[in-house]
Ligand binder design. Sequence first.
Ligand code: 13P
Ligand code: SF4
Length: 301
Amino acid sequence: MSITEEIQELKKEKNAVILAHYYVNPEIQEIADYIGDSYYLSKVAVDLKEQTIVFCGVSFMGESAKILNPDKTVLMPDMTADCAMAHMADAKTIQEMREKYEDLAVVCYINSTAELKRHSDVCVTSANAVKIVKALPNENIFFIPDRNLAHFVAEQVPTKNFVYNEGYCPVHEQIQVKEILKEKEFHPQAEILTHPECPQAVREISDYIGSTSGIIAYAGKSECMEFIICTENGVRFELEKQNPQKKFYFTKTEPVCQDMKKITLEKLRNVLKNGENEIQVTEELREESVRPLGRMLELAR
Ligand code: 13P
Ligand code: SF4
């Protein structure tokens, strides 16, 4: 039996479902039951009939799935797959901002630990951040942890006062304008599609800025046949699958999230087989962190 057949068998036997983010390796995306960006996956996670969720992504994703589904078993193929940005804020600063600003909403990017979510008023993903911030009654917004997404949202919602936090995604932060312009020289007709986790200088030269699924949807609808993609290289798989006639280029230094790439078929098979790597969240932490996640799902609807 091949490893993919083994995974299919184990999935049935264990009443399990596989969720995967677009940044994981193609063979994982191929075998997943649901593939998507962070927002899609958090929505999907609340309506599943299977008892076990195997989350092929990084820890904040599995943790969010567990918080939203306390009665389900959530397994991670690799417990060390983490998002560096998820830790780039702290409760002390949140408290200081709450004391300093009246009428403040702490808006927490879903790429964050449950510990940060519990101190926040609402979660957002890159797909719904603008909509949610617009819907909030508060005048002041402390946006954690990502400064780049925060600035992008602030540009779209100029009526609110933003307070920034110095977190960033090391993968998107490293995408270089000069490398993008080099690709543009080779492919002058190409449109530049960018994730809002990229720095301002990259966003400024882009034709479209949006979440991973936003980028995929834009590339599908655009009349253009060539694109320079400024996000993690795992999206290439879905872009090429949906648009076999179009061409997708990345910068010479390809953006790769090493943590997302830790997920392998072997690790996926192993957790299905032995039930290891189960996400645990204490009831106290769950009760406090489910509130901003639930508010996100409600406001984004
Ligand atoms: P989205 O899934 O919201 O596009 O975010 C990208 C990301 O960095 C996930 O870790
Ligand atoms: Fe975190 Fe960046 Fe990796 Fe996404 S790509 S999981 S934001 S480190």
